[in-house]
Design a protein around this ligand. Structure first.
Ligand SMILES: *[C@@H]1O[C@H](CO)[C@@H](O)[C@H](O)[C@H]1NC(C)=O
Ligand SMILES: *[C@@H]1O[C@H](CO)[C@@H](O)[C@H](O)[C@H]1NC(C)=O
Ligand SMILES: *[C@@H]1O[C@H](CO)[C@@H](O)[C@H](O)[C@H]1NC(C)=O
Ligand SMILES: *[C@@H]1O[C@H](CO)[C@@H](O)[C@H](O)[C@H]1NC(C)=O
Ligand SMILES: *[C@@H]1O[C@H](CO)[C@@H](O)[C@H](O)[C@H]1NC(C)=O
Ligand SMILES: *[C@@H]1O[C@H](CO)[C@@H](O)[C@H](O)[C@H]1NC(C)=O
Ligand SMILES: *[C@@H]1O[C@H](CO)[C@@H](O)[C@H](O)[C@H]1NC(C)=O
Ligand SMILES: *[C@@H]1O[C@H](CO)[C@@H](O)[C@H](O)[C@H]1NC(C)=O
Ligand SMILES: *[C@@H]1O[C@H](CO)[C@@H](O)[C@H](O)[C@H]1NC(C)=O
Ligand SMILES: *[C@@H]1O[C@H](CO)[C@@H](O)[C@H](O)[C@H]1NC(C)=O
Length: 484
């Protein structure tokens, strides 16, 4: 497994689809042969990053407070302390080099195009096998650029990276003193709406086939398309991140899209965007089935989301690699069309299983909890309609809220029945209608203790001591009503 991951990580730097991507990949990249006899190896990359990050704060202070010389200290390669063979990998032995973007001629006036400065800084870091690029306060206009492995892009307070409005796909990543990456997506949204684009728009930050990534304390705004797309990545932490886009008229500006990723933590974030806040995915129909890379072990905690045109937290609709072991906890969804949603369709195959929602607050939301199994959008005619997904083992615990029109709409079908859904401790203030607001079809599961509004007849009822009160015989009846 690890070898595969390493190979995939190595591929990332040269994959064309890594364009405009912030690629931070595994320390194992660089070719298997070179590694076989090496005597020194870097610490696990997660540790590297954390160290870099902490050291980073020191540097920012030092650098701002005292001398540029301190930074320059690292502009020459450190003396090698080990065999030349593995040095070709370019790993640093002492401290990682630290560069300031201005050393490469960049000007942060919001008008000068700094793409070349970013590129030379990053190739300097690549040559050294890693390091840190500090982007100081200022407005740094640039076309898309690639990151490299073992790199920290550190945005100081007041730093803003601005995407050029005319280029094809966009910019890069990540953590620091709550600096901003601004995709300036307005012109893209307009072109998309007028159908003037021949290609898909680029995400603002894209990480592909990489591992051990930390994105923290940064603001990402006005992405042309999805804001932060992690694709086929492992060990990703996204925290203290603010993601903003207009809540209307900014098509497809999803906040975070973990896509075929394992071990992802998203916590302490604020997201207000023009599409889904967070959308967990794993590939689309026959292509996703063939690629076969699930999204699994995903934790979303302490996140506030507004999604006026779509959903707070979505799973799917592209889930053909499978989605499992998802915890969504302490999440507040407000002024949104949907709260937490699972979407799929025949043709997707795979599964969505072991999903736990806990302590979810819904405020002014049209439909709170959604499972939809007929989302029939397909990439082309080549999908297999017999590839039906299985959906089950989903629990909703401590779900509260007010001003919700339809708290629950779980729409299984004869082909894709929804199995083993559990509700425990739910009370949601509804807007007006008192009937048909807990809608179900083809769903099997249970309600434990008191739940408001009154649950659909499809579910078995248990008391708080987990003793059966009433077993349902009507799992397949349908009470789905789209009229409100
Ligand atoms: C990023 O790297 C890939 C592969 O090396 C390359 O094809 C692509 O053009 C680069 N993108 C940019 C924006 O430099
Ligand atoms: C985030 O950035 C702010 C603004 O510069 C800074 O004060 C704060 O210490 C940073 N927080 C963390 C957790 O890094
Ligand atoms: C980061 O900046 C945004 C505004 O750009 C602000 O809303 C947010 O509270 C800041 N986050 C932190 C952690 O300082
Ligand atoms: C899209 O393609 C058409 C026809 O191939 C071409 O005329 C047009 O300039 C292209 N538009 C863009 C924005 O590239
Ligand atoms: C992910 O992190 C775990 C624990 O920190 C580590 O054991 C594992 O090797 C990492 N996986 C990858 C692919 O880097
Ligand atoms: C999820 O976690 C389990 C148990 O720790 C592990 O076996 C599995 O490989 C992980 N899945 C992914 C996609 O990382
Ligand atoms: C529930 O989540 C909210 C945030 O939405 C948080 O403020 C609260 O402390 C959480 N409650 C518990 C019991 O964890
Ligand atoms: C639910 O979990 C059980 C036990 O892990 C498993 O056997 C079953 O296949 C799962 N059902 C669904 C629909 O995911
Ligand atoms: C139902 O799902 C719960 C998790 O929500 C799981 O613990 C339990 O084993 C499942 N039961 C069956 C019969 O699959
Ligand atoms: C409901 O439909 C499913 C298939 O879609 C079937 O397996 C199940 O037996 C039906 N349940 C009842 C109670 O009729």
């Amino acid at each position: 497994m690890l070898e595969t991951a390493a190979a995939a990580a190595a591929a990332s730097a040269s994959s064309p689809r890594a364009a405009a991507a912030a690629v931070v990949s595994s320390p194992r990249r660089g070719g298997a042969a070179a590694h076989h006899h090496r005597q020194w190896s870097p610490p696990p990359f997660r540790a590297c990053l954390v160290v870099l990050w902490l050291v980073g704060f020191g540097f920012v202070i030092l650098w701002q407070g005292t001398s540029v010389g301190r930074v320059r200290l690292y502009t020459r390669p450190p003396m090698p302390k080990r065999a030349a063979a593995s040095l070709s990998l370019g790993q640093w032995v002492a401290s990682p080099p630290v560069y300031d973007l201005r050393e490469f001629g960049a000007v942060g006036d919001g008008r000068t195009v700094n793409t070349a400065a970013f590129e030379s800084a990053i190739s300097a870091i690549a040559e050294r096998g890693g390091g840190r690029l500090t982007v100081p306060a200022g407005r740094w206009l640039t076309a898309p650029f690639n990151l490299t492995s073992h790199m920290t892009l550190f945005l100081a307070a007041g730093a803003e990276i601005l995407g050029i409005q005319v280029s094809s796909d966009l910019v890069s990543n990540k953590f620091g003193h709550n600096g901003t990456i601004n995709g300036q997506g307005q012109s893209w949204w307009v072109k998309f709406r007028r159908k003037l684009l021949n290609h898909t728009r680029g995400p603002l930050v894209q990480l592909m086939r990489s591992s051990d990534i930390i994105i923290s304390n940064i603001t990402l705004r006005d992405s042309p398309f999805w804001t932060l797309h992690t694709y086929d990545c492992k060990n990703v932490t996204i925290s203290e991140t603010t993601i903003l886009a207009p809540i209307a008229g900014a098509p497809n500006t999803d906040g975070i899209d973990p896509d075929s990723c394992g071990n992802v933590v998203i916590k302490n974030c604020y997201i207000s965007v023009g599409d889904d806040g967070i959308a967990i995915k794993s590939g689309w129909d026959q292509y996703g089935i063939a690629y076969g890379r699930p999204s699994a072990n995903i934790t979303i905690q302490n996140v506030v989301i507004r999604s006026m045109v779509s959903a707070g937290v979505s799973i799917g609709s592209e889930m053909s690699g499978g989605v499992s072991n998802v915890l969504v906890e302490n999440v507040h969804v407000w002024d949104s069309r949907r709260g937490v949603r699972i979407k799929t369709a025949p043709g997707r195959g795979a599964y969505v299983t072991n999903v736990m929602y806990r302590n979810i607050t819904l405020e002014n939301v049209r439909v709170g909890i959604v499972i939809k199994t007929d989302y029939n959008e397909h990439p082309d005619e080549g999908f297999d309609p017999k590839a039906v997904p299985t959906i089950g083992n989903i629990s909703y615990t401590s779900i509260h809220g007010h001003r919700v029109r339809v708290p629950v709409r779980i729409q299984g079908s004869a082909e894709i029945p929804v199995k083993n859904v559990t509700f425990h401790d739910m009370s949601i203030g509804i807007v007006d209608k008192k009937h048909h607001v807990f809608q179900c079809s083809f769903v099997q599961g249970q309600v434990i203790g008191y739940v408001f509004p009154v649950p659909c007849k499809n579910l078995d009822l248990y008391d708080e001591r987990r003793e059966l009160v009433k077993q349902s015989t009507l799992q397949n009846i349908s009470d789905i009503d789209y009229s409100f």
